[in-house]
Design a protein around this ligand. Structure first.
Ligand SMILES: [Zn+2]
Length: 377
């Protein structure tokens, strides 16, 4: 895998930075979690206290009612003694009335005591439930505390390891590049991004074909023009470059007979790689050549008599690659002498697919030959 050592170290640095952040946040969050459970524990403890004091209040009330009953009973026996000594009927009636009044009061107090006894069962249940919950929560918090201590110790160990990896990665990066990484990472969270499928994966902006090719070539460090992150290319992650994946994803084949035909040529006159489009129109054909990285027109548009393959026979050597591409005539006119980025991207993508496909075909052919001659191996 082709990758600059600086870039490899920056990828390692980014991973270390991410892990350090995650571990630091986790270590900080553990005491907060324990505090939250402790708060809940305090709430349960308060409920238990309240239930217990309700029981105590009921017991006090019951004692008060019992005392009141005893007082009234004493009064009644006193009235009965007095009734034996009364002289008049009025006095007797008055005492009887007092006795009735006291008996009524006793019944009222007895009702209240009965009510408390019924309530006491509910109160007892409340206390038992609160006690059980407190016990469960206490056990839970103890468990959580042990886990938090273990997790923190493990996190701190990992943190030390990542810090060492981070230092090693930083030491392996050019100082200016490291400053650029730090500056972008400070503002955007990350300082390096993978380029895949013609895009910067961090900011999702399409890269110019030339930029993308430079990242892939990995001869010098390339930055994303949109987000300023350092770019790297990992062929293992790029579906387009992976022939196995490409084989599964079938490429549409260009129609042989069409009024518009696109080609890739590795060399054109004294120029390098180009895309060429031929247009057939009423017995004539025209040819327009574009630089494959900048998309700018190369040379003049040529018009010749006849279908393009017959009109430009010298163009069709073995190394040209037929591409998919069909744009309307008005689009072609609009572009003038430069292909727009989207068109350029589409052509590059199809070129990648076509190449992967031909690699796969070559591979299959070799296998077929081997299987015909098993004795040869
Ligand atoms: Zn970007």
């Amino acid at each position: 895998m082709k990758m600059l050592p600086d870039v490899q170290n920056l990828i390692a640095l980014q991973q270390a930075d991410r892990e350090i952040l995650r571990l630091t946040e986790e270590i900080a969050s553990l005491p907060k979690r324990v505090a939250a459970i402790e708060e809940r524990l305090a709430g349960t403890r308060a409920i238990l206290e309240k239930a217990k004091s309700a029981v105590k209040a009921d017991e006090a009330a019951r004692r008060k009612y019992e005392t009141a009953i005893q007082d009234q009973q004493q009064k009644i026996s006193k009235y009965r003694d007095q009734s034996l000594a009364v002289k008049t009927n009025e006095q007797y009636k008055a005492l009887l009335h007092e006795i009735q009044f006291a008996e009524q009061d006793i019944r009222t107090n007895e009702d209240k005591i009965l009510e408390l006894m019924v309530n006491a069962e509910i109160r007892e249940k409340d206390v038992k439930a609160a006690e059980a919950e407190l016990k469960a929560e206490t056990a839970e918090i103890e468990k959580e505390k042990v886990e938090a201590r273990q997790r923190t110790a493990e996190d701190e160990k990992q943190l030390a390891e990542w810090n060492a990896k981070r230092d090693a990665a930083r030491a392996g990066v050019d100082a200016d590049l490291l400053r650029q990484y730090d500056r972008v990472a400070k503002h955007r969270g990350t300082g390096i991004s993978e380029a895949r499928d013609h895009k910067c994966l961090a900011c999702q902006v399409m890269l110019r074909p030339q930029t993308y090719n430079e990242v892939r070539a990995a001869t010098h460090v390339v930055f994303c023009e949109s987000c300023q992150r350092i770019l790297y290319y990992d062929p293992a992650n790029d579906e387009v470059a992976d022939p196995v994946v490409v084989a599964r994803r079938r490429r549409a084949h260009p129609k042989f007979e069409s009024s518009q035909a696109w080609y890739y040529r590795p060399g054109f006159e004294d120029h390098g790689e180009v895309f060429v489009v031929y247009l057939n129109n009423k017995g004539d054909s025209s040819r327009h050549v574009y630089d494959s990285s900048s998309g700018r027109g190369v040379g003049d548009i040529l018009v010749r008599e006849g279908e393009y393959r017959l009109a430009f026979p010298e163009d069709f050597s073995d190394d040209v690659i037929r591409l998919n591409g069909s744009w309307t005539e008005s689009e072609l006119e609009e572009w003038g002498n430069e292909l727009p980025t989207a068109t350029l991207d589409a052509l590059h993508r199809d070129l990648d697919l076509a190449r992967a496909e031909s690699r796969k075909r070559g591979h299959t052919r070799t296998e077929a030959v081997v299987s015909e001659h098993p004795a040869a191996s």
